[in-house]
Design a protein around this ligand. Structure first.
Ligand code: GLU
Length: 280
């Protein structure tokens, strides 16, 4: 059988792990997504561009954050260098369509794995578990969590799990939807809304950028396991990304990626969650 060969050193048995060297496979079977991407020498990744700690465009136009670092780990395992990753912005509502239309090869964008989304895309991971929370202005004393939102204007983002969930847990709140969370933060700051709800770590990133403006109240009330979105039915690629994530858990690359990004607000690096090799 013809195999595509990578110029990187083999690592099949090198699982013991303290090396930071990307553990790339030596070869990919023809016809696989791995072979296609490796042969092309480039990959298109959908990520967020306005979320501090996960995917935020810096002044030179490059996105930075944990999702960006995880994407680099996956690209590295395919033999693709960082500068050959084409990052495109995916907002919450267009992640599934971008994958379905082939506009991106993967999505790494604070993307919660759930059954509704699994009907149209597949997920590798999870590689992190967040939880939904509530953010208010720092001087707000009336909103103390999800149970004090009745009649309040609560901002979230279209197509996100927190927007769906807040309808259930706080049905008397007035939901205000934007396409990205940075607009919710602006609306909270200028008094257009009373609270913002999404994943705790996204809110912590917004607070980190503007520490005198906002605070979290009430703790988390959902589990949001973050996965790498990819084309539905591409099981070989999903397995490859899962293998890559597990290798990065073992050899310290995941922990390094976390510490240099989310670690800014979450000082203790957590144990990464086990990947879910679901079959349906
Ligand atoms: N993790 C949630 C989701 O995938 C919220 C964050 C986001 O919208 O990116 O919907």
């Amino acid at each position: 059988m013809l195999l595509t060969t990578l110029g990187l050193s083999a690592c099949g048995s090198d699982d013991d792990g303290d090396s930071a060297t990307p553990s790339a496979a030596t070869s990919f079977a023809p016809g696989t997504t791995m072979a296609r991407l490796h042969d092309a020498g480039k990959i298109t990744v959908g990520t967020k561009f306005d979320q501090p700690l996960f995917g935020l465009k810096n002044l030179s136009g490059k996105p930075e954050g944990f999702d960006v670092e995880i994407s680099k780990i996956i690209a590295g395992a395919l033999g693709i260098p960082e500068n050959k990753i084409n990052f495109v912005e995916t907002v919450s509502a267009n992640r599934e369509p971008f994958i379905e239309q082939g506009r991106v090869d993967i999505v790494a964008a604070t993307y919660t794995i759930n059954d509704k989304r699994k009907k149209v895309v597949d997920f590798a991971g999870p590689y992190y578990v967040a939880g939904q929370a509530i953010m208010v202005k720092k001087d707000n004393t009336t909103i103390t969590g999800k149970d004090s939102l009745a009649g309040k204007k609560v901002c979230s983002v279209s197509g996100s799990t927190p927007a769906d969930n807040i309808r259930k847990v706080a049905p008397a709140a007035q939901l205000v939807l934007f396409d990205v969370y940075s607009k919710c933060a602006d609306a909270l700051k200028n008094g257009q809304v009373d609270a913002v709800t999404t994943d705790n770590v996204i809110l912590l990133g917004l607070i980190d950028k503007d520490p005198d403006a906002f605070k979290l109240v009430g703790g988390t009330f959902t589990k949001e396991p973050y996965g790498i979105g990819l084309r539905k039915g591409d099981t070989a690629f999903r397995t490859f990304v899962n293998d890559t994530l597990e290798a990065s858990y073992r050899d310290g690359r995941w922990a390094k990626a976390f510490a240099s990004t989310v670690g800014k607000v979450e000082k203790t690096t957590p144990t990464p969650p086990p990947v879910d090799r679901y079959t349906s």
